[in-house]
Design a protein around this ligand. Structure first.
Ligand code: NAD
Ligand code: UD1
Length: 314
């Protein structure tokens, strides 16, 4: 039985990871400041250290005696990064360096959340890990910075790590009420309530929507693959979906006719984004991801069952 630290363990992805670790008999310690995460997401049996992932003394304490650290705590919004550049940088890059620094003493392996946002606009689809990263957002730049610091941590300080470049993750427990939430939770929340949805721009922009179960499998594989060479992997399905098609698919999952409005395009919006999963399938042992329609039905079922987050506005 191993003990793992999950930073951001009260959040959407972190709480699914905690369930998987507990289910296989491991112990879980969570560090979270509950800024977007929910105490309700903390599973029985998990210890919570409440505080800031960029606080070195707290993170050192959280790291004591652990066999590995999953680092997920971040301000996970491209839009918030545009508005509060310095504040998000402190958490998104500063937090990662704090975690890597605390992992140094015990050479604790770190599997951490990077993002497809590191790629920015790419000419060739699907995007492979060999593409030259050109982030278009401060959020993406901080994730790329996290990867670079992980490389230094391995080469200079012997800290094993693995970076997972998540594409657009979705699933139950993603807060439908937050304007900074992912498009799937927003569309599902609004359509299930009979409300209209707003598409930013013409809706022909594409994304690669990854079910959260696939992300959890990638994190577990990433922990096994962590090394001082600091590898990074795409976590994606390889299937592009336009936002327009997504709106239709969500409407079908909700059993409603879609009421779609169009707003102005977002600043710094990436037009086309879908990844090549071949490397992660080979190196992390990932199987094919669940089809989108099936995943959407699970989100809608969770919402209709009275999700804890559905009544909370943050
Ligand atoms: P989330 O907001 O649900 O989870 C983030 C967690 O981190 C929350 O529990 C929050 O309270 C916590 N947190 C934020 N700032 C903190 C701080 N200063 N100190 C301690 N805890 C803090 O988001 P998520 O979707 O679960 O994202 C998890 C990770 O995956 C993030 O690193 C995010 O950047 C990354 N990621 C997510 C997606 C996606 O589509 N959801 C895609 C790419 C990468
Ligand atoms: C998302 C992630 C980010 C991750 C990145 C990886 C979230 C909140 N953010 O950013 O953490 O690093 O993927 O690629 O999951 N849209 C609408 N209407 C809405 C909401 C969104 O049209 O009401 C559109 C957006 O303009 C965008 C697409 O849907 O084109 C996806 O948006 P969003 O879910 O916010 O994700 P990204 O910005 O791609």
């Amino acid at each position: 039985m191993a003990l793992y630290l999950i930073t951001g363990g009260c959040g959407f992805i972190g709480s699914h990871l905690a369930s998987a670790l507990l289910a296989r008999g491991d112990r879980v310690r969570v560090l979270d400041d509950l800024s977007t995460g929910l105490r309700d997401n903390l599973l029985p049996g998990c210890d919570l250290l409440e505080g800031d992932v960029a606080d070195p003394a707290l993170v050192r304490r959280a790291m004591e005696g652990v066999d590995g650290c999953f680092h997920l705590a971040a301000i996970a919004s491209v839009e918030l990064g545009l508005r509060d550049w310095l504040g998000t940088h402190r958490v998104n890059l500063g937090g990662t360096i704090t975690v890597l620094d605390a992992a140094r003493a015990g050479r604790v392996p770190v599997a951490y959340a990077s993002s497809a946002a590191v790629y920015g606009e790419q000419a060739r689809m699907p995007i492979t890990e060999a593409a030259v990263p050109r982030p278009l957002s401060s959020y993406g730049a901080d994730k790329l910075g996290s990867e670079q610091h992980a490389r230094v941590a391995g080469a200079v300080h012997g800290v094993p790590s693995c970076g997972l470049r998540f594409f657009n993750v979705f699933g139950p427990r993603q807060d439908p009420r937050s304007p900074y939430s992912g498009v799937i939770s927003i569309f599902c929340g609004r359509m299930a309530a009979g409300e209209p949805v707003t598409i930013h721009g013409d809706g022909r922009q594409t994304r690669d929507f990854v079910p959260v179960a696939q992300v959890v499998a990638a994190l577990l594989g990433g922990m096994r693959a962590a090394s001082v060479a600091a590898p990074v992997f795409n976590v994606c399905t390889g299937r592009p979906t336009s936002v327009l098609d997504l709106a239709q698919a969500v409407a079908a999952a909700c059993g409603v006719a879609p009421d779609i409005r169009h707003g102005p395009p977002r600043a710094g919006e990436i037009r086309e984004s879908f990844g090549d999963p071949a490397l992660s399938e080979r190196e992390l042992g990932l199987g094919a991801a669940q089809p989108l329609a099936e995943g959407l039905r699970e989100v809608v079922a969770w919402l209709r069952a009275g999700s804890p987050a559905a009544g909370v506005s943050r």
